[in-house]
Design a protein around this ligand. Structure first.
Ligand code: UDP
Length: 486
């Protein structure tokens, strides 16, 4: 029987890190001849403005949006994530259901924000085939349930590492062994046996931060941990799980996850996959390209690139410790300080930073073209919060890392950098000026770390090149998706 045209609805949780890698995934699907509708929230599509639709450049790719359930003027800060998670289910379900039930060009309703977003998308043919498959962020379990109820097969996509996914999958074992919950006041350096394949290096402090006791409460277990474990279990029911990782980075974790899943595809790092067309921009902030000219004026491998991702906020004390540590390291630095990172003190703090070091030695931007920065010859190391996208971006460019993890999966990623791949140093959660200074120097000056980083980059680049493990997995996934339509 001839297959109907495959049309995948790609639906990320509306955060920068999730959007970035799922947009690369969408672009790769389009390159394989698959129609893709990429589903933003109304709020994010408005933030992207003309950047998303106009850059799409393919008749196979379109952008649509659904409400996130929060009022327009809601700050949507990192503290509001549980609220956003909850409101998405309420706000988006109706329009999302309508979108799945009919071809998007026939989606019902008067001009809601979602509909206007569709009209702005690139669709010169005037109609896409009906959606044949959903690939949704594992943080959106209701999206799977609605899709399967409507007869649309659902595939789960998780934007974290295989190691972090495995940690949540291993929660029952950790509880059984008494390794969760952490004892009050217990030693965070204690090693753990409950996550298979990681017994030799995983400590309490490396588990996703939700495993720690919540601050200021008597609860044993962080409610977010229960929620994330439930989401992980929910993902095991999907037709398949897609992870933005590759065997040469996480062979063991992937092998331990596979038996729990109906199928598993390790197709990353997606941003490094050879793409036949340019990816549309998913950047919620406007990139400041000025820092590239500043980098051009710096010596090879002399600059510390500092970015803590799209969500982390820091206190004024942390900022000060950080600044002193960086200055004492003696290297010029390029620092991304998002406008919402420091709160009310931000402008004054910024002036202080620049006055302390002088503009030739420091460049501060609100948002950088990070992948271009990491590729620049002047960058010597990356001081990062170790978000999974940032980690993969540094790995692919062979740039040594200094990791200062904040929350979620960042602790696990940092441990892999410091103890498994050895392409950088893990600052753990310590933000003290002496630690910043010594770890930055360590990462900038260690031949061993640089060699490991470069060897890892070569390996991972082979994985995403034609015939490599990730590229082959991606081809298998495209066939899997196309077979769902027969
Ligand atoms: N990023 C960027 N410019 C910046 C800072 C970050 O383009 O100035 C991008 C970065 O390349 C990555 C994403 O934002 O793709 C951040 O995702 P990650 O998973 O590293 O961290 P999160 O923001 O989710 O904490």
């Amino acid at each position: 029987m001839a297959a109907a045209a495959a049309h995948v609805l790609v639906f990320p949780f509306p955060l920068q890190g999730h959007i970035n890698c799922m947009l690369h995934f969408a672009t790769a699907l389009v390159g394989a001849g698959v129609h893709v509708t990429f589903l933003h929230t109304d709020h994010n599509l408005r933030r992207l403005g003309s950047r998303a639709p106009s850059a799409a450049g393919s008749p196979l790719l379109r952008f649509m949006s659904v409400p996130d359930g929060l009022p327009d003027d809601h700050p949507r800060s990192v503290a509001d994530l549980p609220e956003l998670h909850k409101s998405m289910a309420g706000g988006a379900t109706g329009p999302y259901r309508a979108l799945l039930a009919l071809p998007p060009s026939l989606a019902p309703g008067s001009p809601t924000p979602s509909r206007r977003a569709a009209d702005a998308g690139a669709d010169p043919t005037g109609g896409f085939p009906p959606v044949t498959c959903l690939v949704a962020d594992g943080l959106l379990p209701w999206a799977f349930d609605v899709a399967e109820e409507l007869g649309v097969p659902a595939i789960a996509f998780r934007t974290v590492s295989a190691g972090s996914f495995l940690a949540f999958l291993s929660a029952p074992k950790l509880f059984e062994l008494g390794e969760l919950p952490f004892p009050a006041g217990g030693d965070l350096d204690e090693t753990l046996r409950g996550v298979p394949g990681m017994e030799s290096f995983l400590r309490r402090r490396d588990l996703p931060s939700f495993c720690r006791r919540p601050n200021d409460t008597d609860d044993d277990v962080n409610p977010a941990l229960h929620a994330l474990v439930d989401l992980t279990v929910h993902s095991t029911k999907a037709r398949a799980l897609v992870l933005n990782t590759t065997a040469s980075l996480e062979r063991s974790a992937l092998a331990h996850i596979a038996p729990h899943m109906r199928d598993l595809f390790a197709v990353g790092p997606l941003h490094a996959m050879h793409l036949t067309q340019a990816a549309a921009s998913g950047s919620l902030w406007l990139e400041d390209d000025g820092c590239m000219a500043w980098l051009d004026g710096q010596a090879d491998r002399s600059v510390v690139y500092v970015s803590l991702g799209s969500l982390a906020v820091i206190s004024y004390e942390q900022f000060t410790e950080f600044l002193h540590g960086l200055v004492a390291s003696g290297y010029p630095f390029l620092w991304v300080l998002r406008p919402d990172m420091l709160g009310a003190n931000q402008d004054a703090a910024l002036q202080e930073a620049l006055a302390a070091v002088g503009e030739d030695r420091a460049c501060v931007v609100a948002w950088a073209p990070q992948r271009d920065v990491l590729r620049h010859r002047a960058v010597g190391c990356f001081l990062t919060h170790a978000g999974w996208n940032s980690t993969l971006e540094a790995v692919v460019e062979g740039v040594p890392m200094v990791c200062w993890p904040f929350f979620a999966d960042q602790q696990m990623n940092s441990r892999f950098v410091g103890a498994v791949w050895r392409n950088g140093l893990d600052m753990k959660d310590l933000c003290e000026r002496d630690v910043v200074e010594s770890t930055v120097r360590g990462a900038m000056e260690s031949d061993e770390i640089r060699r490991s980083a470069q060897a890892l980059a070569q390996q991972v680049r082979r994985d995403v090149a034609a015939g490599g493990s990730a590229a082959t997995e991606f081809e298998r996934l495209v066939r899997f998706i196309k077979d769902l339509t027969t």
